[in-house]
Write a protein that binds this ligand. Sequence first.
Ligand code: ADP
Ligand code: MG
Length: 354
Amino acid sequence: MATPLKEKIYRMFSNDIGIDLGTANTLVYLRGKGIVINEPSVVAVNQKTGQVVAVGSSAKAMLGRTPAHIIAVRPLVDGVISDFEVTEEMIAYLVKKAESQSKKFLGPRVVVGVPSGITNVEIRAVRDATRNAGAREVYIVEEPMAGAIGIRLPVNDPVGSMVVDIGGGTTDVAVISLGGIVRSKNLKIAGDKLNTDIITYIRSEFKILIGEKTAEAVKIAIGSVLPGEEPLETAIRGRDLITGLPREVVITDSDIREAITQSIDNLVESVKEVLETTPPEIIADVMRNGVYLLGGGALIKGLDRLLHDVLKMPVYVAEDPLTAIARGTGIILEDLEKYQEALIQNEDELPHKK
Ligand code: ADP
Ligand code: MG
């Protein structure tokens, strides 16, 4: 951590950057400016040369429209660094793009949010990748911690806070107190799993095949985990499994509920498991202060009500849940000293990791 004078100089001349390396969306926060990048976590790679040809929305737009040797990869899906080189190029691209929006000349200090399920080897890989991208200093923070800071929970106080961050590839359930993660669980049930549940259900019930994009659009439009006041329906197009021709069917919110019910049950079960191993004093805090839902998956209709019914405690959807982690990295950058405890200083000494 910098001395006060050094800190002053950094604050004037350094581009301080926060990165939320999500499995579905990558956000970048630039100190003094706010969120300057919000792009899908997709990288287009030329398989012949190994080169990265596009990152983010332009890479996503290439999906299905490019020659066969250009493939789009989501480097962070299913675990973290499935492809170190691609991740490194992605981080370099993000840092360069953020720096181009600022006139400060010192190499940036970078806070990177990583999923709580990340291994120590992967943390080291992210640290190295960020350094190689030109960062002067690298700070790693677990995403549920960054999210809790982003929604201004009192993470440094001797009081328990609980967040459930439902992203694309993974969900992080975490209980936080005194600047640290007391209990956590990282599971692969999140937005992507709900999409594949919907694809599977529509195939078996309606005998048509729909794509990922359609499944996601349907989920966002009419997906819910408890019946709402009015039934919802939408028409979707897919390929008839028997004739091979396009066919349209109308599906309802209750179809979607049935499709995702098993995954939602598993998710709720995981939240309960984390609570069951949490020390009683901290549970009492959580019962009083509530559970906060973050990430895009927090927006699925009725999830807060369902969790409230099961857990018998207040459950809130965080304001703007998709940007909470990025905002948290920004708050950390404003006061690195204050959040020292919340950062991973040395990945070899993580009490809640094996
Ligand atoms: P990550 O942190 O893993 O990048 P995000 O927090 O950006 O993930 O959330 C992305 C996920 O949220 C996607 O699976 C997307 O389908 C889902 N999502 C976004 N908006 C909604 C919504 N309104 N209802 C349900 N799911 C949503
Ligand atoms: Mg996330």
